[in-house]
Design a protein around this ligand. Structure first.
Ligand SMILES: NC(=O)c1ccc[n+]([C@@H]2O[C@H](COP(=O)([O-])OP(=O)(O)OC[C@H]3O[C@@H](n4cnc5c(N)ncnc54)[C@H](O)[C@@H]3O)[C@@H](O)[C@H]2O)c1
Ligand SMILES: [Zn+2]
Length: 340
């Protein structure tokens, strides 16, 4: 068990067998899940669960409104709990519904994707998207408990597994050289016997960061954005129809570390090592065809970490370490991107 401290409430992250994920579900509680999970986990998920369509499009205002109406219709009371059974989409959406319904009801996060296990279910951020941008409406609503069964990964599609691995490799690159070296030596592929161990290690890193900088005020939490300044920009330029998030972050980690190597903030050779590990996990490492540098730069300057003074990158000075670099001159980044 891992205990996480937060200013709202402390919570436990427990590793359990699949059959125990919902064992204490009671009549006053509600399960929210998506249609893929409902299909795969028929015998675990109660019949009265609320099932939303799978995919990012469900993190919408319309689905959110439907969800809280359902809560009311099903008679969810302040003492009832919301179990978010699914990937990051279900966690963020049901989490935000739980945060706002009756000014907040109990939330149990049951992450089923690798990304949700190592990232989105920990740290208390919940929210939905607007047509104007991703995650523009949300709250800090720490879960009351997180339950994880690595066995759920058996049904996770391989491309979603790879997507989560990009974040796992990120933790290695920014905080844990041993983890990075272990993945370099033997890639973590579906069914790997180190799954639970590595998930625990990643959660310990995320716990450290969110406990130190819960509301992203000191800059520490921003180190988790390694690869994300460029990754988010790629996703945006491709209108979220191109690379998946983890794939875009993989490219972002390679390109960002290449740029900071040239700016002498990163040990030479780091970018190549990151590239090799990503490749061995089946992740892309080169900028996709058809991305205009102008559009990429525009998306980057709109990034919420950018300031008047310049761009912000989470930088890996040497593998396993990280710092936030702000006020980077966009013209310099542009020049380096052109000479990739
Ligand atoms: N709150 C945070 O701190 C935070 C952090 C990172 C990402 N996020 C959010 O997380 C979301 C992405 O999460 P995701 O990658 O888990 O996407 P997702 O929830 O869409 O899941 C990916 C796909 O895998 C399927 N799936 C999930 N678990 C499965 C399983 N065990 N078996 C079979 N299929 C399964 C889902 O149905 C879906 O089709 C984004 O919306 C992102 O903004 C939030
Ligand atoms: Zn990410």
């Amino acid at each position: 068990m891992i205990k996480v401290k937060s200013s709202t409430r402390d919570y436990d992250i427990r590793f359990v067998e699949p059959k125990h994920l919902l064992e204490d579900f009671a009549v006053q509680d509600i399960v929210v899940t998506d249609e893929n999970l409902a299909k795969h986990y028929k015998s675990t998920i109660p019949d009265q669960a609320i099932v939303v369509p799978a995919g990012e499009a469900s993190k919408s205002f319309d689905i959110y409104r439907e969800l809280i109406s359902q809560f009311a219709k099903l008679g969810l009371k302040r003492k009832g709990r919301v179990f978010a059974f699914g990937g990051g989409v279900v966690g963020d959406l049901a989490g935000f519904a739980a945060a706002s319904y009756m000014r907040g009801v109990e939330l149990i996060q049951i992450p089923t994707s690798l990304l949700a296990m190592v990232d989105s279910s920990v740290g208390g951020k919940v929210g939905i998207d607007l047509p104007e941008g991703k995650n523009l409406v949300g709250a800090f609503w720490p879960p009351h408990e997180v339950r994880i069964s690595a066995e759920c990964l058996k049904t996770l599609p391989e491309e979603e597994y790879r997507n989560g691995m990009a974040e796992v490799i990120k933790y290695g690159a920014i905080m844990d050289q041993n983890l990075f070296e272990a993945l370099a030596e033997t890639p973590m592929l579906p069914g790997d016997e180190r799954e639970e161990l590595i998930i625990r290690q990643c959660i310990e890193h995320k716990k450290f960061v969110v406990e130190e900088d819960e509301f992203e005020t000191t800059g520490l939490r921003a180190i988790l954005n390694f690869g994300h300044t460029i990754g988010h920009a790629i996703e945006k330029v491709q209108d979220y129809k191109g690379l998946k998030h983890g794939e875009a972050v993989a490219v972002g980690m390679v390109v960002e570390s290449g740029i900071t190597e040239k700016l002498l903030h990163t040990e030479p050779g780091t970018s190549e090592r990151i590239k090799a590990v990503l490749r061995s996990h089946g992740l892309p490492t080169a900028m996709p065809e058809g991305i205009e540098i102008d559009e990429l730069m525009q998306a980057m300057t709109l990034d919420k970490k950018a300031t008047q003074e310049g761009l912000a990158f989470s930088v890996v000075p040497a593998l396993g370490t990280c710092k936030l670099l702000t006020n980077i001159n966009p013209a310099e980044v542009r020049g380096l991107l052109e000479h990739q």
